[in-house]
Design a protein. Structure first.
Length: 230
């Protein structure tokens, strides 16, 4: 395989939601830890997260949402490499500074030639910037393996980007922790969002799964591992 093996790893509600609602003010990490019946077992997800791949792929929007642009106190250094796709940009100088002091290497992927990260390239020895004319996920994954030696990548991005990976057949495994909560809401992000299919001629875009493991955790949580049938 000329790209890394990928695993979509997420925390979701029983109805597949990865947020509490449809605004960035709401956030699973901040919200579910105060809900009785959910907060008691939430830490299990974070413990499992520590066992995921050395390379972790996410987005600048998610990083902005969790507050890295405002953080002043540095997180304890972790031996993980972050691949962050950020085009708007969502990350500012403080956010990049925080991430570079948090992870062993920050590989920033962008289609924005004016991204603030370019001004910081010489400041941080562990900051790499990959610029592309367009968002080509096949090429990005190929480069992550060829240039940076990423043989396996954990994907933890938002529903829309997860959907792009799915439609391009770039997800190999799905690893989810299901929290005992129902969220609802037609506009609440789910595990996989993006454009829906609209014809039986597109059924080949749906991905069947093979169950590898189903584990009952404490406090009514469930851990599910699937292999995507390509």
């Amino acid at each position: 395989m000329d790209r890394p093996i990928t695993t979509l790893f997420m925390l979701q509600s029983l109805d597949g939601k990865i947020n509490s609602g449809d605004t960035d003010e709401l956030d699973v990490d901040k919200d579910w830890c105060i809900i009785d019946g959910v907060k008691e077992g939430l830490n299990q997800y974070y413990e499992i997260e520590k066992t995921t791949d050395y390379y972790s792929l996410n987005t600048g929007r998610v990083m902005e949402k969790i507050g890295v642009n405002e953080k002043k106190e540095y997180h304890s250094k972790v031996d993980v490499k972050f691949i962050i796709i950020d085009n708007k940009p969502h990350l500012n100088k403080q956010g990049i500074d925080y991430l570079c002091n948090w992870v062993s290497e920050l590989i920033l992927v962008t289609t924005n030639k004016n991204h603030v990260a370019f001004d910081l390239k010489n400041k941080y020895s562990n900051l790499e910037i990959c610029y592309y004319d367009e968002l080509d996920l096949d090429r990005i994954l190929h480069d992550m393996k060829k240039i940076y030696g990423a043989n396996r990548i954990t994907i933890q991005s938002g529903g829309n980007l997860n959907g792009l990976f799915l439609r391009k057949d770039l997800i190999d495994y799905v690893h989810v922790v299901v929290a005992p909560i129902l969220v609802g809401g037609v506009n609440t992000p789910t595990l996989v969002d993006g454009k829906s299919i609209s014809s039986v001629n597109e059924l080949n875009k749906l991905k069947a799964l093979e169950l590898i493991e189903c584990k009952k955790l404490d406090n009514s949580y469930i851990e599910l591992n699937y292999k995507v049938i390509h």
